[in-house]
Every structure is written in structure tokens, then in C-alpha cells.
Design a protein around this ligand. Sequence first.
Ligand code: E4P
Length: 218
Amino acid sequence: MKFFVDTAKVEDIKKANDMGVICGVTTNPSLIAKEGRDFVEVIKEITSIVDGAISGEVKATTTDAEGMIAEGREIAKIHPNMVVKIPMTVEGLKAVKVLNAEGVKTNVTLVFSANQALLAARAGAAYVSPFLGRLDDISTRGVDLIREIAEIFEVAGDIDTQIIAASVRNPIHVTDCALAGAHIATVPYSVIEQMTKHPLTDQGIEKFQADYKAVFGE
Ligand code: E4P
């Protein structure tokens, strides 16, 4: 399983990129709004930091296929690595079909069922984003959805669509997604940092330092 970082905060994107662990970035309208800056300006900055797939979503207020197609074309023009994020609706699928035929990669977002993922794949989505954490929030096991989608895509045998486990909230989600067959997990920077931690690593470092200093000094 590969990692994307799930944020529009450039400082966090730089930190994750410097660690060498990410190969893409996902944003959404809420994450862009949090930055309080122009969409294109933020996205351009992100493309200058990470050399990999960058998901930029169509405007949250655009709900018709024609509007999403027009915006998708503009987003794709920003940089060759751009992936257009489209919500999982009938209009969204129509937009995915057209954009895919034009060679524009799409990421179908707000996926909460295996059928939605299968439809998105058949419409031509390069990526589908099942939202793990939001399912857990309503007492439904998000990881079961990831596993179902992975199995269905495997059984189909002719699907290249990559599964991005989204709405990842903690390190256990990450391990679960990897075991369930997600191709990618898009993870907030705070969770990537949590993943680096283990109390025995900290204790080990302290002991090595103490033993070294006792003989060789600072
Ligand atoms: C994914 O592409 C979304 O941006 C994100 O993972 C949503 O996460 P949340 O449910 O924590 O808002």
C-alpha cells in the first residue's frame, strides 16, 4: 500500500514529502476552505512540492455533469499530475466518463458502498475513495468496505481503478486498510507522525544515548 497525504496545508505536505513516504496528495473543498486561499494558487504550490498524483476537487456547489466537466478540464490544465476529484453521483459518473475519454484522470470521492465503487470503476475512474472514518463514525466498519471493494475488483479481473482508503483517522485504520487490500491510503500528516512513534523506540534511543554518553561523553 502506498501513501498520499490528505491535506491542503503546504507546510504539512512539505514535511510528509521530506520524509520520503508519500507519492501524492488529496484535497477536498473543506481542506481548501480551511487554508482560506485561492484554489488554483494552493494547488499550484502543492504541485511544485510533490511529484505525484494531486487530487483537486470540483467546486462543492457544482452538481451538474457539464459544470463538473468544464471545471475538470480547467483543473487538469493546472499540471500534468492533476487528478480531478468528482463526487459519487449520477452526474458525477457522467463527468468521469467524458473526462476519462479525454485522458483526464479522476478520483471518485464520497464512496460509501461497494456498488458505488464498482460503478465509478466502470465509468472510468482512475481512483475511488471509500471513506473509512465516516463509516466508523456511524457504527459501520469502514475497513469491511475497503475489503469488499478490493475483492470485487480482484474478482472482476479487468479493473485498473486504484482504491484510495480515505477518511483515515488513526494508525490502526492504516494497518487495517493495508491488510484489506487498499492500493493507497490518504492520511493526514498528524496520523503519519503518529505512525512513526513507538514507546520502545523512544526508550531504545534514550538507552543508547545514556550508554554512549557514560563512556564517550557528549
Ligand atoms: C479524502 O479524499 C477526503 O479528503 C478525506 O479523507 C476526508 O476525511 P474526513 O472524513 O476525516 O473529513
